[in-house]
Design a protein around this ligand. Structure first.
Ligand code: ZN
Length: 498
């Protein structure tokens, strides 16, 4: 085969995978949003079949060979070269696991998920513990097949955030610990801010009406995006011009749905803004978990929690809820949006204490894979760490070690990217604020000015460049955790008059 023939074969393979992926995405979104429950069994069986077909296409040995040949072609353009590299890694990491073991481990993950659900419902860690132990063992085996000389947990970290390892995360979390633990203590001891007015009764239908204004303000355009409702908000899609996102309305909390909407629209906008030419290829995605989370958190925390954002949007909210918010000023409202208070549940944590929840999970994961932490008694280890870092202790396993689903499915190394994302965002925003008047854009209803900056410096590249390359191109320097810590210190010192 000459190069042109090779590329043609490669492009056909890429297209075939994109067709299966599109089908599987739509089916998954449908299942999580509107699909009638009674048809689940019929659908699930066919979905599993399609996933198996995709697996076969993905692991085609002929393609593995072809990718290896293409990798050595010097005449490939930069984009194709990068895509080939990413596909080669994907194929290698899947092909190396014997199929029967892959199937067995998928079955274990299903059983483990069910055990986790049951344990959480019954508030009993001992139901989940034996599964957690097995999941860890099977993950060790899975990674062994890759034959990498990188230590196991480093490989896991690298999967979610290419280029990251324990050494870098240790430095990152070490810096967080040093500056945030004392700051959280000071905030906890300071005079507290009133936020009781956020927790009255807010009719869900009225909240939905208001959400249309927010979606329009964010430039989440119905021509390429659609919002639905689910228990756990998420974002998915099939291509840059077809993004689906969801939110969740709470009757006794008016800001929860708004902030979760802004967060998910951050994810959706990132995907939407990736260069359309990459549609259907491995380049058409966020480059890493941390980078994706940086964009959602940038929208949520660095834009939607500011006074300028609410100068444009608070009037509308007050008009929607005159009884509840008529006597609350914009400033009081924004202060309430930003309160910090140590708590037990990660997903409900505020901007300041959130990274501590992640630090705890990181230290436990690290220990589980270097042998210094055991699954036995891990519920107590968990509670002790919450007490140490946040000064709170859970009375139940459900609000403690059983709160997150991740470990039941073998997702180790994922959590740290959540904290990293917030820190990336701080550095991006700092640069964006030097180049455009962010507050003026937000105040005057020109949210697209922020979006355009992000598109130009981050979004459009998709997976064309690694996260650290994008960081350098966008901000002119490597990632520096101090911008994040300076931001938090400055913000909370002012808010709590420390
Ligand atoms: Zn997110």
């Amino acid at each position: 085969m000459n190069l042109n023939e090779k590329l043609q074969k490669y492009n056909e393979w890429v297209f075939r995978m994109s067709a299966y992926r599109m089908a599987l995405s739509i089916i998954a979104i449908d299942k999580l949003t509107v699909a009638p429950e009674a048809g689940a069994d019929y659908r699930d069986k066919r979905t599993a079949f399609l996933a198996g077909e995709l697996f076969s296409v993905q692991t085609d040995p002929e393609m593995a060979q072809l990718l290896n040949e293409l990798r050595t072609e010097e005449s490939l353009d930069g984009e194709t070269k990068k895509a080939v590299e990413l596909y080669a890694k994907m194929v290698h990491d899947t092909v190396c696991i014997p199929k029967d073991e892959f199937v067995a481990s998928e079955e274990l993950m299903n059983a483990s998920y069910n055990a986790w659900l049951e344990a959480k419902m019954k508030n009993d860690y001992s139901i989940f513990e034996p599964y957690l132990k097995q999941v860890i063992e099977i993950m060790k085996k899975r990674y062994e097949y890759r034959g990498s000389d990188m230590p196991l947990y480093d490989q896991m970290l690298d999967d979610y955030e290419p280029g990251m390892n324990r050494e870098k995360y240790d430095a990152f979390f070490g810096a967080l610990k040093e500056r945030l633990v004392p700051l959280i203590k000071k905030v906890t001891e300071a005079e507290q801010i009133d936020e009781s007015f956020l927790h009255q009764e807010f009719d869900k239908a009225d909240q939905k009406k208001y959400m249309d204004q927010i979606l329009a303000y964010l430039h989440f355009d119905p021509s390429w995006g659609y919002q639905n409702e689910t228990e756990h908000p998420f974002t998915d899609g099939t291509c840059s011009n077809d993004m689906r996102t969801t939110t969740k309305y709470l009757k006794d909390n008016v800001v929860s749905a708004i902030l979760s909407t802004v967060h998910e629209v951050g994810h959706a906008t990132y995907q939407h803004d990736v260069d359309e030419r990459y549609d259907g290829t491995i380049l058409a995605a966020g480059i890493s978990s941390g980078m994706h989370e940086s964009q959602s958190r940038l929208f949520e925390n660095y834009l939607a929690r500011t006074g300028a954002f609410w100068e444009a949007n608070y009037d509308g909210l007050q008009k929607q809820f005159p009884q509840q918010l008529g006597n609350v000023s914009c400033e009081q409202f924004v202060n309430a949006l930003n309160i910090a208070r140590p708590s037990l549940i990660r997903t409900e944590a505020d901007e300041l204490t959130y990274p501590m929840h992640i630090l705890i999970r990181y230290e436990i994961e690290k220990g589980l894979f270097d042998g210094s932490v055991s699954t036995e008694g891990l519920d107590r280890t968990w509670d002790d760490m919450y007490e140490k870092y946040l000064g709170v202790r859970s009375k139940t396993a459900s609000a403690g070690i059983l709160q997150d689903v991740h470990w039941s499915g073998g997702s180790f190394g994922y959590f740290p990217t959540y904290a990293l994302g917030s820190a990336f965002a701080a550095q991006f925003v700092r640069k964006m604020r030097q180049e455009v008047d962010v507050d003026e854009a937000l105040r005057s209803g020109h949210f697209e000015i922020c979006v355009n900056w992000l598109k130009e410096h981050i979004h459009k590249y998709g997976c064309r460049y690694d996260a650290d390359e994008i960081m350098k191109m966008a901000t002119g320097e490597p990632f520096n955790v101090n911008y994040y810590l300076d931001y938090l210190e400055d913000k909370y010192t002012k808010l709590y008059k420390l």
